[in-house]
Design a protein around this ligand. Structure first.
Ligand SMILES: [Zn+2]
Ligand SMILES: [Zn+2]
Ligand SMILES: [Zn+2]
Length: 157
C-alpha cells in the first residue's frame, strides 16, 4: 500500500505529502471500491485512532482533487463524495448506479455512450471530450423491499 502512495508523491508537485494527506490517501486506497464523503473519511480516520479534524479533511479532499488524485462526485443528495482517480488519465470514467433505497453506489464499466456522442457531435458540430451520467433506481436488495412496501398488507409475491 505504501508503495502506491510513494508513486503518487510526484503528483504533489509543490505541495508536501503531509501525514494528514497520506492518511486520507490511505483511506481511499483501503476503500477503493467506495465513494466516500468527507464525513466517512472522518469516521474511518477516527476508527484508525487518528486525530484529524473535519475542516482539515475538507481542505485535503479539495487539494487531492485539484491534483487529480481523487474525483469529486455529486449524486444529488447534497453532499460531495470522492473516489480514487484512475492512474491512467486517458481511461474514461465509469458510470454510477445510485440506489434510492440504501444510498449504495454501484459502478458500471460498460459504456454504450460513444455512439450517442457521435450522433450529437454530428448533429451539433460539438467536439465532445467527456460525459457524465448517473442512473437512479433500486438495487436488487432494495427492489424486494420496494415491492413489499407498495403492496397492500397481507399480500405476498
Ligand atoms: Zn439498495
Ligand atoms: Zn465510482
Ligand atoms: Zn461513459
Amino acid at each position: 500500500m505504501d508503495k502506491k502512495i510513494e508513486a503518487m508523491e510526484s503528483q504533489f508537485k509543490e505541495y508536501r505529502l503531509t501525514p494528514q494527506r497520506r492518511l486520507v490517501l490511505e483511506i481511499f486506497l483501503q476503500h477503493r471500491q467506495r465513494h466516500l464523503s468527507a464525513e466517512e473519511v472522518f469516521t474511518f480516520s477516527r476508527a484508525r485512532g487518528e486525530e484529524i479534524g473535519l475542516a482539515t479533511i475538507y481542505r485535503t479532499l479539495e487539494l487531492l482533487e485539484g491534483l487529480g488524485l481523487i474525483h469529486k462526485l455529486n449524486f444529488g443528495d447534497g453532499r460531495s463524495r470522492y473516489e480514487m482517480a484512475h492512474q491512467d488519465l486517458s481511461h474514461h470514467h465509469h458510470h454510477h448506479l445510485v440506489c434510492l433505497g440504501c444510498d449504495e453506489i454501484f459502478e458500471v464499466e460498460d459504456d454504450l455512450l460513444h455512439q450517442l456522442e457521435e450522433v450529437i457531435e454530428q448533429k451539433h458540430g460539438f467536439d465532445i471530450v467527456n460525459h457524465n451520467l448517473q442512473f437512479y433506481g433500486y438495487c436488487s436488495k432494495c427492489q424486494g423491499k420496494e415491492k413489499k412496501a407498495r403492496q397492500a398488507p397481507g399480500k405476498e409475491d
